[in-house]
Write a protein that binds this ligand. Structure first.
Ligand SMILES: Cc1cc2nc3c(=O)[nH]c(=O)nc-3n(C[C@H](O)[C@H](O)[C@H](O)COP(=O)(O)OP(=O)(O)OC[C@H]3O[C@@H](n4cnc5c(N)ncnc54)[C@H](O)[C@@H]3O)c2cc1C
Length: 277
């Protein structure tokens, strides 16, 4: 099946893109890397849109350290995220995530902003954003705003972005001295979406755990975090099991996903301590 006929416009700047969206009477759809949107259009899950192509807006791409904050432009492609030295130093969780995302061709086109705005519950970057305590920066007709990751992801493929807003960048605190960031996931084949995935961060103030592919959006497992802060791994696994309500589908049962989440937490803790799982 091929996509239905729709309009197309290439935006020259963020302002131009916002004007195109505002004039589209609700039919405007931002096109970034096209790796999820075009597939959805081909399946007629998205019909009759005006595609507002932002892919040539250079101001939306790139990585910068601003004091103790790392900023990544929304159009920065997965492959660039994976190869960037500043990201590897200051947010190694994102570097680790890239090797789990799809295949080289998709990583060369897909963008971090597209992955965040798409909000697939099995995707790596949304969970990383949650674990890192990232902020999403959006621009719309009435100006700019920052949205904390725990308020950004609302439901399956649903974020708190408005239809007339564009995600412009994502910021996060740079890793402190001695901070540990680990991503673990299980997928049926390399490059497939995760059956379950888990991000573990250890900071001086405590642990952060974000889990994905266990519900409609990534979740911060706050009870498991508290148990790990007390050094009780068994209690953390138990708490995690009670904090998630994974779906059953053709890939895995709910019980298996719940079991996997505990296995991944134990693996991540072993890696954090420098032990083999
Ligand atoms: C076969 C296959 C396997 C994949 N496997 C994985 C995987 O394992 N893990 C994973 O995380 N992803 C996976 N993906 C998805 C991939 O990471 C996509 O690149 C990503 O989800 C979307 O990024 P994009 O730049 O291509 O966005 P697009 O496809 O262009 O857009 C996706 C959605 O986000 C919106 N959007 C995009 N950019 C912005 C913006 N700046 N502001 C506002 N809205 C915006 C669009 O309007 C659209 O609704 C896979 C894709 C394919 C085709």
């Amino acid at each position: 099946m091929k996509a239905s006929a729709g309009g197309y416009a290439r935006a020259e700047s963020v302002r131009h893109a916002l004007d195109l969206l505002a004039g589209s009477e609700g039919q405007g759809r931002v096109l970034a890397g096209g790796q999820s949107l075009v597939a959805a259009m081909n399946m007629r899950l998205s019909v009759g849109d005006l595609l507002v192509d932002i892919s040539k807006i250079s101001e939306l791409s790139g990585v910068a350290v601003e004091g103790d904050i790392l900023r990544i432009g929304a159009l920065t492609r997965h492959a660039q995220v994976g190869a960037d030295a500043q990201i590897k130093t200051h947010a190694p969780l994102l570097t680790a995530a890239v090797s789990h995302i799809a295949h080289a061709a998709i990583r060369n086109r897909g963008t971090i902003g597209g992955a965040l705005a798409h909000a697939d519950p099995a995707a790596e970057f949304p969970a990383c954003a949650l674990a890192l305590g990232a902020t999403m920066h959006a621009e719309g007709p009435s100006g700019t705003r920052g949205i904390a990751a725990d308020e950004f992801f609302e439901d399956v493929f649903t974020t708190s972005l408005s239809e007339d807003e564009i995600l412009t960048s994502i910021t996060m605190p740079i890793a402190e001295q001695g901070e540990v960031q680990i991503l673990e996931e299980v997928a049926r084949r390399s490059g497939d979406y995760a059956l379950v995935g888990l991000c573990l961060i250890k900071r001086a103030v405590g642990h952060r755990i974000a889990v994905f592919s266990v519900g409609p959006r990534p979740i911060l497992a706050t009870n498991a975090m508290a148990a790990l802060d007390q050094g009780d791994v068994d209690a953390a696994v138990e708490a995690l099991s009670n904090e998630i309500d994974p779906p059953s589908d053709t890939q895995a049962s709910s019980a298996y996903r719940r079991h996997l989440a505990g296995v991944l937490l134990r693996r991540a803790v072993c890696r954090m301590k420098g032990e083999t799982a």
